[in-house]
Design a protein around this ligand. Structure first.
Ligand code: NAD
Length: 426
């Protein structure tokens, strides 16, 4: 098979699929049928390159969340069956009192302009920093809506980097994620920075690290909610506490601990049209900020409760990027009551809350019956649906397999569904 396809980008989605089928010697129409060319493919094609179809993910709305004293329904998009149930369960446990409390840092993103060939870096740095008023005015002129919202260039910092001069441009991006705004500022301001420093710009791009944009989410579960038996509840909470401490000293465990956090975070980011790659890069940079990979959250038994706190950088936006052109993402923001206010800090708060709730549910499962039981119930339900079961039949299959225990695979689900339909014990 030759993967060099001149002019592939000029074909229509249907034309591209036909070309791929031909090259792979697949029966004509087979790939098109599998990918499903929906009516929205033309608009999808306009939003990316070499598009052949759309990829549909389940979009759920997780109930039970109370964040900073306000109830909120949380849209989540994910292909993993247990993620939404876990988040909703964690949120239910955390909704007492004010529920999950958050703090969100200022939405400042930093652009990096690395200047080479600067003969006197100390003087050059002073000259660049002194140009701040003109640099700020240039950004405001290019982004009047950002300026009107109170954002813009807030600081210029210059410091040596090896033999070069690193100029850091701190931009308050208000309700935007900010990557384009900051990249534009870097490129727009580079000539003035070159003139002030006498050097030549090598790098002109934002850093996705955004240590000022940290969101924290904290919550507490009364032990009485964990189990009717007070002794069992305390033991379960003790085990969560101990597992959290293990993650704090073991990087391998911390990776999976953080995966449980990201289950919730990524699903809300996807549902609201955020840049998940930028969020992941920033989160993991934060997790390893002292040179060792650490958990993003920690849990402790405190008195008669289990208390947890999550800290994660979140560069999220309610304006800009691709959000405005995606009605489903706008609707997801509207469900959270965020659309009208364009309040990106509320979005960051809810995203962090979803991370904390998912993390709690995962740790409780790990400390209790193990994570496989819940996963397998949902997995067998998904498999049954894929085999043509109705939702009720899928529930029955899942319940029967959960009672029996053991490994769930497609063959076993098929046999159970068959037995159920014929009214037999499996
Ligand atoms: P954007 O370019 O659409 O900028 C936001 C715009 O909204 C600005 O023009 C601003 O003036 C305007 N605006 C109106 N009201 C505002 C308000 N209240 N607050 C803030 N701005 C307001 O979007 P962006 O957020 O700068 O860039 C996000 C996009 O950049 C994402 O799609 C991301 O995937 C992409 N991107 C990311 C990277 C990266 O992370 N490394 C690199 C390149 C592009």
């Amino acid at each position: 098979m030759d993967s060099r396809i001149p002019g592939f980008h000029r074909l229509t989605p249907a034309g591209r699929i036909a070309e791929v089928e031909r090259r792979l010697a697949m029966p004509g129409g087979s790939l098109a049928a599998a990918f499903g060319l929906g009516s929205d493919v033309a608009s999808l094609a306009a939003r990316s390159e070499d598009v052949v179809a759309g990829l549909v993910l389940p979009l759920s709305i997780a109930p039970n969340f109370r964040v900073d004293g306000l109830d909120v329904l949380v849209p989540m998009a994910t292909e993993e069956p247990s993620v939404v149930a876990a988040a909703a369960n964690g949120a239910r446990l955390l909704r007492h009192g004010d529920g999950i409390s958050t703090t969100v840092g200022l939405p400042v993103m930093t652009g990096q302009v690395l200047v080479e060939g600067v003969s006197r870096p100390a003087e050059a740095g002073v000259a660049v920093e002194a140009a701040f008023p003109a640099l700020r005015a240039a950004v405001a002129g290019a982004h009047p809506a950002l300026a009107a919202a109170g954002g813009g260039l807030v600081r210029v910092r210059a410091a040596p980097s090896g033999s070069d001069l690193l100029v850091s441009l701190d931009v308050d991006v208000r309700d935007a994620m900010g990557a384009n705004v900051v990249n534009d500022a870097c490129e727009r301001l580079a000539p003035a920075i070159e003139a002030a420093s006498g050097g030549r710009a090598l790098v002109r791009i934002l850093t996705n690290a955004c240590p000022g944009r940290l969101a924290t989410a904290s919550g507490r579960v009364p032990l009485a909610l964990l189990d009717a038996d007070a002794g069992h509840a305390r033991e379960l909470a003790r085990r969560v506490d101990a597992i959290s401490r293990f993650a704090e000293r073991d990087a391998d465990r911390a990776v999976t601990h953080n995966k449980g956090v990201c289950n919730g975070i990524d699903a809300v980011l996807l549902a609201t049209g955020q840049d998940t790659r930028a969020a992941a890069a920033a989160a993991h940079a934060h997790a390893s900020r002292d040179g060792t990979y650490r958990p993003l959250s920690s849990w402790r038994v405190e008195g008669d409760g289990l208390a947890g706190t999550l800290v994660v950088p979140l560069a999220v936006g309610t304006v800009g990027g691709a959000i405005e052109s995606r009605p489903a993402c706008l609707a997801a923001l509207a469900v959270m009551g965020i659309r009208e206010s364009r309040y990106s800090s509320r979005l960051a708060a809810v995203v962090a809350a979803a991370g904390l709730a998912s993390n709690l549910a995962a740790l409780l499962a790990l400390a209790g019956e193990g994570i496989q039981a819940g996963h397998m119930r949902l997995h067998s339900r998904t498999l049954a649906m894929a085999l043509g079961a109705s939702p009720d039949e899928a529930d029955d299959v899942a319940a029967r397999l959960a009672t029996e225990g053991g490994r769930v695979d497609r063959g076993r689900v098929e046999r159970t569904l068959d037995a159920l339909r014929r009214g037999k014990p499996a």
